[in-house]
Design a protein around this ligand. Structure first.
Ligand code: SAM
Length: 220
């Protein structure tokens, strides 16, 4: 089992949706013609949260390459696609590493691909960027080094692919910095294992921001 557990990703998936920019998503979707198949690369795909958020907002014919290093998360992806797609009236069929998602207005081919992107962005047994018009990622930027990101951006530029990264981390860094330096509070001072204390993951009734504001600014 890797660092990220499927259940933890499922918990944050619902919370991530309102934090995403629908305006930015629309701006990206509008770049591509409606009548051509869109080839997308999703890196660090986990169980496929990005596909589930984007598929119905992009042009209707899509082909996705879903890359992650964790075989457990990739194995979980078909089940997560089914529990997302079936209630929407989509058909999910699959064999091996491929899945086909079809509906009245969607034909989406998904291919899962295991690769350690820290060791190898593009080499190995195939260029993951080849023919991709859009490169996406979510909940990844806080895990990578500046060096890796520069190499990755350069590879995207080389492929002329548009890039859509869910950048909620930028806002998060700003809030954390203000909180740490100006508003140190009693919120979650005692560390616990969040895998077994889910209430510590997303509890809107007791967020760090609100607690800091209530306890007030402190000298440090
Ligand atoms: C926070 S999760 C985000 C997963 C998914 N994008 C989402 O939004 O739910 C980070 C993902 O990065 C993947 N990852 C971390 N290091 C990686 C690496 N070196 N190569 C490929 N994937 C990696 C993990 O396996 C995990 O699926």
């Amino acid at each position: 089992m890797g660092e990220f557990k499927p259940d933890w990703l499922a918990l944050r998936e619902a919370a991530d949706v309102p934090a995403r920019s629908s305006r930015l998503t629309r701006a990206i979707a509008d770049r591509f013609p409606e009548d051509a198949e869109l080839h997308v690369l999703d890196i660090a795909t986990g169980t496929g949260a990005n596909v589930r958020y984007l598929a119905e907002q992009l042009p209707p014919r899509q082909s996705w390459l879903l890359v992650d290093q964790d075989p457990v998360l990739l194995a979980e992806l078909p089940m997560r696609m089914r529990s997302w797609g079936v209630p929407r009236g989509l058909e999910i069929a699959g064999e091996g590493d491929e899945l086909l998602v079809t509906g009245a207005r969607l034909t989406c081919r998904l291919v899962r691909f295991r690769r350690d992107l820290a060791l190898d962005i593009e080499g190995g047994d195939g260029d993951i960027f080849a023919g991709r018009r859009l490169v996406t990622a979510s909940a990844l930027l806080d895990l990578v080094s500046e060096r890796w990101l520069r190499a990755f951006a350069s590879r995207c530029r080389h492929s002329c692919a548009a890039v859509l990264f869910a950048l909620t981390i930028v806002l998060s860094i700003a809030i954390q910095a203000i909180g740490a330096f100006c508003f140190p509070s009693s919120w979650n001072l005692r560390p616990v294992n969040v895998d077994t204390h889910h209430e510590r993951l997303w509890d809107w009734r007791d967020s760090e921001l609100v607690r800091c504001l209530i306890e007030g600014r402190k000298p440090w």
